[in-house]
Ligand binder design. Structure first.
Ligand code: MN
Length: 129
């Protein structure tokens, strides 16, 4: 799978690594460093997949996911939470906010793109995209 990916991530290293791994997989990548910029970018690009950091300044990833799911054009686009929050319940919190799946940080370069494909495939089979 490839296409256009919007990555919403405030950490420069994680943004760089995500871009590198996705481009290696054939994606075109657009990066935003905060939630509001990310929402604007998603509305502009209508990407094939959204990668969403949960720990973001001002507007956290849960709020960003909920805002994206309120937009008609965005409703069918898979949102993948990427977060270092390790506590139980965070996965469910991401799903409740409208995310299609969840990848744990630190990003594993060997599996990152495959995890994205698996979540996109599962979301498609559920009819979400
Ligand atoms: Mn962050």
């Amino acid at each position: 799978m490839s296409g256009v990916a919007v990555v919403i991530e405030d950490n420069a290293h994680n943004g760089y690594l995500s871009r590198f791994l996705l481009e290696q997989r054939g994606y075109t990548v657009e990066l935003a460093a905060d939630g509001r910029a990310g929402i604007a970018l998603v509305q502009q690009m209508l990407p094939d997949v959204i990668l969403l950091d949960i720990q973001l300044p001002e507007m956290d990833g849960y709020a960003v996911a909920r805002a994206l799911r309120d937009l008609d054009d965005v409703r069918g686009i898979p949102i993948i939470a990427v977060t270092s929050y390790a506590m139980m319940g965070d996965r469910q919190r991401c799903l409740d906010a409208g995310c299609s799946g969840y990848i744990e940080k630190p990003i594993d370069p060997d599996t990152f793109a495959d995890q994205i494909d698996a979540i996109r495939t599962a979301a498609g089979q559920r009819g979400e995209s």
